[in-house]
Design a protein around this ligand. Structure first.
Ligand code: WTA
Length: 648
């Protein structure tokens, strides 16, 4: 029996780039993309060297790539500084007084930082870091709300060669402690509190708890965001604003080797302790910059909004490093999309004239669930390009986004990539590659993506297999911090000579990549291997369904039975009849083998804090096991409790 993943659902809708859009794009046709992509794979060193000219170098590199699998060094011998690339290089021209960051707080405050102002703030904070003992190579934890200071702190670290590790503000003290201990951080940057859905999130208190018994951290720098009365530990904690009084605004960026570590970002492995993904300076920055340029088709007067949090890779690459190094105007919003009402995003788009919006499928499904009336209240005509990232987007959500947000006018870029890849890998170029709802389409320049079977052989059209990358690329992770063996084992041992992504996928007859889900989540029903994405898409295709997750439960007859956890749209009652209708619907769309054996209605699905469904927990619940393993990355613990109650 073949272990390849089967495909049953074929999406046939195609959306070509409009002539007007193509005319002004960097790459204006499919033929041109194909030519450039083929050339980039034929002579990768030449291609990347040409692109690297976009960066500002202190010293030019000697060798483009030193590849001793699986360890890569890019632009060897070169020197540069990421903070200088994002700031100083814009100060001599018309961007000096251009808005770099436009920020809105959840309670409604507004701030604009021009490139000149941002540069100054970063220099001040870099001096504060130095004054508090931070040196080149030291690890600095950044645990802040979604405020400009998060970007300022990152760029200040980069400026002096300290390695930042940002922890999303929603993580608890245990998660903070694990990460501090893993990377041996010496300094923590935090705030008294942040805001989320009208509540204050007491960040400093979490840091205090996390630091109990931790010996490496010598200093905690606290930004005053909410004006809370907080505990200050003498000799360890200092206020950001007080420290600023002691330092100058003059802090030249240090020249760093291309391979100098830029940051560590923790990503939850499906099991075990989080992995500290290490990215280095030149290659990472190059990946972020050139994808920003080609995929977002960035223009000088765009107002660009990526709704991710800075604590995720999407925020690192597409709020901070990519857009700022490109001189873009970046919008940042601190809070929840439904605060105080479900139209907060659309209000922001209208008010600031947002032109590019980059968000996640989980957010789009939430908007669908809340109802079409919310975006309708606002003028969204400034938008010209939409994007998604984080999960496969089911075609229904794609179409909803296209119609209700993009007014059938804006191209959608469905970008596939990972914390580990640093930058987008498989994605449409909006003026060149026709979109099909549900696929990230074709690989970016220089990226050699393929789908292989268990033996590492490339599979044919529409046959499912493992998604791998066959050539190194500049923004790839360099290692897992402190654990080379795990790096080799997790990414380079599954398929010989290739980077294994962990994702299952297929390519259609046009060569488009369709991600069918994580390989670990693939269902095996009566000898048929089915991707979770396909079954979930069919479920969400039913009018009453807002969101769904499917998992396998051990079954004596079939190997695995399909269990579907389903959230209904607002106001739809959960009945046995509806469950039966939904089962039939999936049977009609995909075929009888994918028909869920069981439908479980639930108010919400367990998700990670970046919005990914935690199928591992659902699998345990579906098979009646106790929930074990790491649940610290779960967004809302009460969801788990409710799911378990439903079990009894
Ligand atoms: C999934 C986020 C389908 C995939 C940048 C990947 C996607 C994982 C897409 C990485 C997409 C991300 N289509 N699946 N457009 N984008 N994924 O590290 O499973 O948070 O391996 O990086 O998300 O998630 P991470």
């Amino acid at each position: 029996m073949s272990s390849n993943i089967e495909t049953h659902q074929i999406e046939t809708r195609v959306f070509k780039p409009s002539k007007d859009f193509s005319k002004t794009s960097l790459v204006g046709s499919l033929a041109e993309y194909k030519k450039l992509h083929a050339a980039s794979l034929k002579a990768p060193a030449k291609f990347w060297a040409g692109q690297a000219a976009d960066l500002f170098w202190r010293k030019k590199w000697k060798t483009v790539l030193d590849w001793k699998p699986p360890f890569a060094k890019w632009f060897v011998g070169g020197q540069l500084n990421a903070s200088e690339n994002c700031l100083d290089r814009h100060l001599d021209g018309p961007r000096r007084n251009k808005a770099a960051i436009i920020w809105e707080g959840e309670p409604g405050e507004k701030r604009v930082l021009t490139y000149q102002q941002l540069h100054r703030e970063v220099c001040v904070f870099a001096n504060i870091l130095k004054r508090n003992g931070a040196k080149k190579g030291d690890r600095v934890i950044i645990y802040l709300p979604h405020i400009p200071e998060a970007a300022i702190a990152m760029l200040a670290c980069a400026r002096i060669g300290a390695v930042h590790s940002v922890i999303f503000g929603g993580f608890s003290s245990t998660s903070i402690r694990d990460r501090i201990e893993d990377c041996g951080a010496t300094l923590v940057v935090t705030a008294d509190a942040g805001y989320r859905r009208g509540q204050t999130v007491t960040l400093k208190q979490n840091v205090d708890q996390a630091l109990e018994g931790v010996t490496t951290v010598k200093r905690v720098i606290v930004f005053r965001r909410a004006g809370l009365d907080i505990h200050i530990q003498e000799g360890r904690d200092v206020w950001w604003h007080r420290e600023a009084e002691y330092v100058s605004a003059d802090c030249p960026a240090v020249a760093l080797d291309s391979e100098h570590p830029l940051f560590i970002l923790y990503t939850s492995g499906s099991t075990g302790k989080p992995k500290g993904i290490l990215h280095t300076t030149a290659g990472y920055l190059l990946g972020a910059v050139i994808t920003t340029k080609y995929v977002f088709d960035l223009k000088e007067n765009d107002t660009y909004w990526c709704t991710a949090d800075i604590g995720w890779i999407t925020g690192h690459s597409y709020i901070v490093y990519g857009p700022l190094a490109s001189g873009a105007t970046v919008l940042m919003y601190e809070g929840a999309p439904n605060w105080p009402q479900p139209d907060r995003f659309w209000k922001i788009v209208a008010e600031y004239g947002v032109t590019i919006l980059y968000t996640a499928p989980t957010a789009i499904r939430a908007f669908m669930k809340w109802g079409d009336e919310w975006p309708k209240k606002h003028d969204l005509s400034s938008l010209r390009l939409l994007g998604t990232v984080g999960e496969p987007i089911n075609p229904e959500a794609w179409i909803w986004y296209h119609k209700n947000i993009g007014a059938e006018r804006c191209p959608i870029v469905d970008t596939w990539w990972q914390t580990e890849t640093g930058a987008m890998m498989i994605t449409p170029l909006p003026g060149a590659i026709p979109a099909k709802p549900g696929t990230a389409t074709l690989p970016f320049f220089g990226i050699d993506a393929a789908i292989v079977d268990d033996k590492g052989q490339e599979v044919g059209p529409n046959e499912g297999g493992k998604l791998v990358i066959r050539k190194p690329w500049p923004s790839m992770l360099r290692t897992i911090y402190g654990d080379k063996a795990r790096y080799k084992q997790a990414y380079w041992s599954e398929v010989k000579g290739c980077y294994f992504t962990g994702d299952g996928a297929r390519r259609d007859k046009d060569g488009y990549f369709w991600i069918v889900g994580r390989i670990d989540d693939v269902l095996n029903v009566a000898g048929h291997r089915l991707g979770t994405a396909e079954v979930e898409s069919a479920l969400v295709g039913h009018d009453d369904v807002a969101e769904a997750a499917v998992v396998g439960r051990p079954d004596e007859m079939k190997g695995q039975a399909v269990v579907a956890f389903v959230t209904l749209r607002n106001g739809i009652p959960a009945t046995k009849e509806l469950a039966e209708k939904i089962r039939k619907h999936v049977g009609n769309v995909i075929g009888p083998i994918a028909k869920p054996d069981e439908i479980r209605f639930t108010e919400a699905l367990p998700k990670t804090r970046s919005g990914k469904i935690m199928r591992r927990l659902l699998k345990q619940i579906a098979s009646g096991q106790a929930v074990t393993g790491d649940t610290t990355t779960l967004e809302d613990l009460s969801v788990l409790a409710k799911l378990k109650q439903g079990d009894e």
